[in-house]
Design a protein around this ligand. Structure first.
Ligand code: FES
Ligand code: FES
Length: 159
């Protein structure tokens, strides 16, 4: 049976009627047309579908949309503030930390969640926090550099 769910996505309140167990990822992509969040494995194993729910990282392919009821969701489309990209987005661009780019939105969302919680992570902490995010192009060195760069920017150690 369908249920009505109210959630805030990238600052905009949305009310949708859908099956409660439908993956949040499907709602974001198919109902709300926010296609920056990617479908990879659909099983919680690759991180391509990472979004923030009340500021915490979740894998939207294995998150039933009912869990998002009355919550605030941030997708890659909502990370920038107006014309200003988030420091993690800036760092990924500056470092060229993407090849095909398919994993990039999920990587950026995971890194943003990590730096929100721990603005000065060690490399091990970055690797541990982001180990759910898989890059099939094996671009991990540049991704690590980008997260380090974003951390420095957030701490004001670089411009
Ligand atoms: S698509 Fe969600 S973890 Fe792979
Ligand atoms: S850049 Fe291609 S999957 Fe990561």
């Amino acid at each position: 049976m369908d249920v009505t769910i109210t959630l805030t996505v990238n600052g905009i309140k949305r009310t949708i009627t859908t099956q409660p167990q439908r993956p949040l990822l499907d709602v974001l992509r198919e109902q709300l047309h926010l296609t920056g969040t990617k479908y990879g494995c659909g099983q919680g194993l690759c991180g391509a579908c990472t979004v923030l729910m009340n500021g915490k990282r979740v894998l939207s392919c294995v998150t039933p949309v009912v869990q998002a009821d009355r919550k605030s969701i941030t997708t890659i489309e909502g990370l920038a503030k107006g014309d200003s990209l988030h420091p993690v987005q800036q760092a990924f661009l500056a470092e060229g930390a993407m090849q095909c780019g398919y994993c990039t939105p999920g990587m950026i969302m995971s890194a943003a969640a990590l730096l929100q919680k721990n603005p000065d992570p060690t490399d091990d902490q970055i690797a541990t926090a982001m180990n759910v995010n898989i890059c099939r192009c094996n671009g991990y060195t540049k991704i690590l550099n980008a997260v380090r760069g974003a951390a420095e920017k957030i701490q004001g150690k670089s411009s």
